[in-house]
Write a protein that binds this ligand. Structure first.
Ligand code: AMP
Length: 203
């Protein structure tokens, strides 16, 4: 299963990604997490990325693409993965297609986590308070949302045109949203794992 998760900051993508990856037994590849790790490690890539991250801007495509290409070449990603936070621009999506085609593979599905903006602002404020993420301040958040609208939202039609885009209502309890995502995947031919109590909510 080669899966891409799409959704604005605060949609709960990361939480769902961890659960889905564990349940379906594929690696969770989150570019934001990889960047944060490199920032902590003080690597040159980390230093380059940090300035963008702190402003809530996207890191340049070439930097991200190189990093993801390396990650996808690791053995654990050979038979599937769940991408969280990548691609975030059309050039990244095109490059992902190219990288996978070279390996005789393709994206199987894109799940878009749908939440309205008022709810997003509330969630982000809560997360800033709970986790103290430096990129969760009001100003940085509004940059992140603007970047999403301008650069990432075009991926919705990109993947819709390819027949890969599937919406998941991301408002509700975490378990409920996971069940909806699993139901969407089951409809696509990926049987839901047993450990999530899927089926408790009708899709
Ligand atoms: P995230 O944890 O996915 O919200 O990512 C945190 C930050 O890392 C983003 O605001 C960007 O600065 C950077 N980042 C993560 N993934 C990407 C990507 N695919 N393209 C560009 N920048 C990214």
């Amino acid at each position: 299963m080669r899966l891409v998760l799409l959704g604005p900051p605060g949609a709960g993508k990361g939480t769902q990604a961890v659960r889905l990856a564990a349940s379906y037994g594929v690696p969770h590849i989150a570019t934001g997490d990889i960047f944060r790790e490199k920032v902590r490690g003080g690597t040159p890539l980390g230093r380059e990325a940090q300035a963008y991250m702190d402003r809530g801007e996207l890191v340049p495509d070439d930097v991200v693409i190189r990093m993801v290409a390396d990650r996808l070449d690791q053995e654990d990603a050979a038979n599937g993965f769940l991408l969280d936070g990548f691609p975030r621009t059309v050039p990244q999506a095109l490059e992902l297609e190219r990288i996978l085609a070279e390996r005789g593979a393709k994206v199987d599905a894109v799940l878009r986590f749908v939440v309205d903006e008022a709810e997003l602002h509330q969630r982000i404020a809560r997360r800033a308070h709970e986790e103290g993420r430096s990129d969760d301040t009001a100003e940085v958040l509004s940059n992140r949302l603007a970047e999403y609208r301008e650069k990432t939202a075009p991926l919705e039609s990109f993947y819709a045109e390819r027949g890969l885009l599937h919406d998941v209502d991301a408002v509700g309890e975490v378990d409920q949203v996971t069940a909806r995502a699993c139901n969407a995947l089951a409809e696509l031919g990926f049987p839901a794992p047993d450990d999530l109590g899927v089926g408790s909510e009708l899709s």
